[in-house]
Design a protein around this ligand. Structure first.
Ligand code: SME
Length: 137
């Protein structure tokens, strides 16, 4: 039964559902602050495996969101200086921070192989997803 799924398994399902549901969501994953360290650690994800399982705060799009506490929409990753490439097929990215009790404890990260696909609707939707995720953490 669903009720017995671990948090890890639920997050995994969310990643797979999102990736299946939205044609331009090609990689969907969660990163979480790694304990007391100033770095992010990869959690559940759906898509190609990535080498970037640990990302220092400030590095790449994800690391920047860890310190800015703001959504980061990247229509064209090739135009970013502070970007960590996970796959050469990726054209764009959106990262939305995940808050628990007002604290930025991680983020949802989505890569797309489509140029400039993300709108404010994606931001609002992913903020909602993260609010729901916060309830099960
Ligand atoms: N592109 C991200 C790294 C994570 S991968 O997209 C999975 C970044 O620049 O932070």
């Amino acid at each position: 039964a669903k009720e017995t799924l671990s948090t890890e398994a639920r997050l995994q399902e969310i990643c797979e559902l999102l990736r299946d549901a939205v044609p331009y969501y090609d990689w969907v994953g969660f990163y979480f602050r790694n304990g007391e360290k100033e770095e992010l650690k990869l959690g559940p994800y759906s898509g190609e495996p990535t080498d970037h399982t640990i990302i220092p705060f400030g590095k790449g799009i994800c690391g920047q969101v860890a310190v800015s506490n703001q959504n980061f929409v990247v229509p064209d990753v090739s135009a970013q200086d502070n970007y960590i490439a996970c796959s050469i097929t990726v054209k764009s990215e959106i990262v939305v921070p995940l808050f628990v009790n007002g604290e930025n404890i991680g983020q949802i990260d989505i890569d797309s192989n489509t140029p400039d696909p993300f709108s404010e609707a994606d931001e609002r939707f992913l903020e909602f997803v993260n609010q729901e995720v916060a309830k099960i953490l």
